[in-house]
Ligand binder design. Structure first.
Ligand SMILES: C[S@@+](CC[C@H](N)C(=O)[O-])C[C@H]1O[C@@H](n2cnc3c(N)ncnc32)[C@H](O)[C@@H]1O
Length: 263
């Protein structure tokens, strides 16, 4: 039988080793950056979508925020729970799908980092519907004018590293900006292909708008190199800062989104 959520299977297998990845080693600096970018008030309620092993959620809880971590992978949540216990902090962990999660108390801020669900496509999920569903849940979970911060895969880099042969082999699909692989961390082939999706800034702005979120800034967002700076074409990730609700003045001009003046 096909696995409907191959990413849950993937991350269940990867969970014991996830924190060994080099891209996880900047958590404290990342949390410092995001608390400032989101302008979190003391003790704010924060939701971490696709929280994984809980590295940001736990560091935020250490700093006194009221944190909820949500993830599809039971294995990743098991790691997160053990780490929170060892750190002596309280986090509410929820085993749910980011595309359908139930909204309860409003959050002042939502984070969705390092492709926490966004663009990690399940069986039968399409490249527009999946991220849009997540953004709609995030918009519903936020308090009015609450902010969210995402880091998502950069489609420019994805496109530049694939050849026409790989397009012909269906390893990279330029139509959906989706990469495909069949291998689980164990090296075993998955029943269902793993598909991950890159994004370009203009479609991110439109997707966020469709969900009722206004994009405030778009910066380069590769783990280990977060900053209020322009996107490098070959970097892994793009960062999006947005707020709930439309600005009556409309979306700000594209050239203002780096916050760095004219392009
Ligand atoms: C690359 S990890 C990122 C984890 C964490 N945000 C970080 O920065 O280390 C992606 C996480 O997204 C989770 N995930 C994938 N699809 C999901 C979905 N549909 N709903 C919720 N979580 C999902 C995975 O289980 C995994 O823990």
């Amino acid at each position: 039988m096909k696995t409907e959520k191959p990413w849950a299977e993937f991350f269940d297998g990867h969970a014991p080793y996830y924190d060994e990845n080099s891209f996880t080693k900047n958590t404290i600096a990342e949390v410092q950056f995001l608390t400032e970018a989101l302008g979190l008030s003391p003790g704010a309620a924060v939701l971490d979508v696709g929280c994984g092993s809980g590295r940001h959620a736990i560091e935020l809880a250490r700093r006194g925020y009221r944190v909820t971590g949500l993830d599809l992978s039971a294995g990743m949540l098991e790691q997160a729970r053990a780490k929170a216990r060892a750190a002596g902090v309280q986090v509410t962990w929820r085993h749910e799908d980011a595309t359908t999660f139930v909204v309860g108390e409003p959050f002042e801020a939502v984070i969705c980092l390092c492709e926490g669900a966004f663009g990690l496509l399940g069986q039968g999920e399409d490249a527009i519907g999946q991220p849009l569903a997540i953004l709609q849940r995030v918009a519903a979970a936020l308090q009015p004018a609450g902010k969210c911060l995402f880091t998502v895969l950069n489609a420019f880099a994805m496109t530049r590293r694939h050849s026409d042969e790989e397009v012909a082999q269906n390893i990279f699909d330029p139509l959906s900006l989706t990469e495909r692989s069949d291998c689980l961390p164990s090296g075993v082939a998955s029943d269902s292909p793993l598909r991950e999706r890159g994004f370009v800034p203009t479609e991110l702005i439109l997707l966020f708008q469709m969900a009722g979120l206004q994009v405030l800034n778009i910066w380069g967002g590769t783990a280990g190199n977060w900053g209020r700076r322009r996107i490098d074409l070959d970097e892994m990730e793009i960062m999006v800062l947005a707020r709930q609700g439309a600005d009556p003045a409309g979306q700000m001009p594209l050239e203002d989104l780096t916050g760095l003046g004219d392009l």
